[in-house]
Design a protein around this ligand. Structure first.
Ligand SMILES: Nc1ncnc2c1ncn2[C@@H]1O[C@H](COP(=O)(O)OP(=O)(O)OP(=O)(O)O)[C@@H](O)[C@H]1O
Ligand SMILES: [Mg+2]
Length: 191
């Protein structure tokens, strides 16, 4: 239950931000990510596609492709609560508004499945994070279930605004901690 209290409180804070503030802070977060050697060394990157008040990732997708990296995005399967992944080659064609809320995802006819084991780095969305790498997502368990399927988990880097950092999030057995949290002000290695 406590996770839900945190979800509600932090989402409310995040949603107070104006569009320009989200853009500006997202750009700062992305410049920190670009400077990370671990990012520079990654060839296959999985990233969520920022929606609403989430840290924006769309410009980053185009940039990574221009750098010659391979980019994959999650595709939510609401019935099974599973995450599929699909490779993006051309963001305009491969990302189109889907479902009720218009989340940018690959349309069915453009799904391009790749082996998750090829992923080097995952940019993780989330609602709240703590400095130990604890993460509260939207509450469906999509990422926890997806990450549990790896033999060797890729590097997990969470993108978060400062206002999403909390003292400690409740951690359950199935929760997989992130390795790094990048905010507009800090690079935080999970301890
Ligand atoms: N590996 C798993 N196998 C089966 N069920 C799981 C697994 N991981 C999480 N779940 C289920 O998913 C539900 C939601 O988990 P949790 O509250 O941690 O979501 P979350 O981390 O906020 O969501 P998300 O991973 O989508 O960001 C839990 O009730 C849990 O039972
Ligand atoms: Mg979880």
């Amino acid at each position: 239950m406590e996770k839900n209290v945190i979800r509600k409180a932090v989402l409310a804070l995040r949603e107070e931000m104006k569009t320009e503030e989200i853009e500006e802070k997202s750009q700062k977060i992305m410049s920190r990510l670009r400077e990370m050697v671990l990012f520079q060394q990654s060839l296959v990157i999985m990233t969520y596609v920022g929606f609403g008040s989430e840290v924006a990732t769309l410009p980053f997708i185009a940039e990574s492709l221009a750098l010659g990296k391979r980019v994959v995005v999650p595709v939510c399967m609401p019935k099974s609560k599973e995450l599929l992944i699909s490779e993006i080659k051309d963001p305009k064609l491969d990302l189109q508004p889907q479902g009720r809320i218009g989340l940018l995802e690959p349309p069915k006819e453009r799904l391009s499945v790749i082996d998750p084991q090829e992923i080097d780095l995952i940019l993780m969305p989330g609602i709240a994070f703590d400095r130990q790498g604890g993460r509260v997502g939207y509450g469906a368990g999509y990422y926890d279930r997806f990450l549990a399927s790896f033999k060797k988990c890729p590097l997990l880097v969470a993108l978060s605004f400062d206002c999403q950092l909390v003292e400690a999030v409740p951690v359950e057995k199935h929760d997989i901690p992130v390795d790094w949290i990048i905010t507009e002000n800090e690079m935080i290695p999970a301890t």
